[in-house]
Design a protein around this ligand. Structure first.
Ligand code: HEM
Length: 180
């Protein structure tokens, strides 16, 4: 396997899982949207005290947001993982930054979790649930840290791998034998 690809493999894998999740969710909407809608209707009927008239539409929107954030964020993160591969980041930093970018896959799962919990707990409780908040924090935090590392490298030269040329400039390379 290509060396650069090997360095970003875990992050890339997470991003692709996120993309696949979004695509499968969209396919499920297309083939059987009623599964989602029935789940909402039944949950609201069983727990009507925590709902108002807006609940059916709002909760259905949570499921849609899980779908389009999964595909949208994965596309965005995939581009950044490629940028990591072509960047001058140190090998270890390539692995770390792509892993952070891969964690963005957790963000759409926060919307999915809200969709799952809202019919029984109510929208507010699902929104502020510890699992929702943890998934959102990991996803957004990972995406931001990954962005900072790769953009910091591209635009500011942070965490740059030491090349032969830079070693020579710094005078750290062993003197070459005089061949003349
Ligand atoms: C980590 C990055 C992101 C965060 C934290 C985020 C957060 C949010 C939030 C909180 C909302 C709901 C706003 C509301 O309640 O009115 C929202 C809506 C939306 N987001 Fe994102 N978003 C992110 C990335 C993206 C990306 C990459 C895309 C698409 C490429 C996207 C597309 C949308 C769209 C289309 C809506 C409107 C949803 C609606 O009308 O129900 N988001 N986003």
């Amino acid at each position: 396997m290509n060396h650069e690809l090997k360095l970003v493999k875990i992050g890339l894998g997470l991003v692709l899982i996120g993309l696949l999740f979004g695509v499968v969710m969209g396919m499920t909407f297309g083939t059987n949207e009623d599964i989602f809608k029935n789940y909402i209707t039944e949950g609201i009927a069983a727990n009507s005290s925590v709902h108002d008239a807006k609940s059916p539409d709002k909760i259905w929107r949570y499921a849609q947001r899980a779908h389009f954030h999964a595909t949208g964020i994965a596309a965005f993160a995939l581009g950044l993982v490629f940028l990591v591969m072509f960047s001058t980041l140190k090998p270890k930093m390539k692995t770390v930054s792509s892993l952070f970018l891969g964690l963005s896959t957790f963000y759409p799962l926060a919307w999915l979790n809200m969709y799952i919990l809202a019919p029984s707990l109510g929208r507010e409780a699902a929104h502020s649930h510890i699992v929702t908040e943890t998934l959102a924090s990991i996803g957004v935090g990972g995406l931001l840290l990954g962005c900072v590392l790769v953009l910091g490298n591209v635009f500011l030269g942070l965490f740059r791998e030491k090349t032969e040329a830079s070693s020579q400039r710094l005078g750290t390379k062993e003197k070459q034998p005089n061949l003349i």
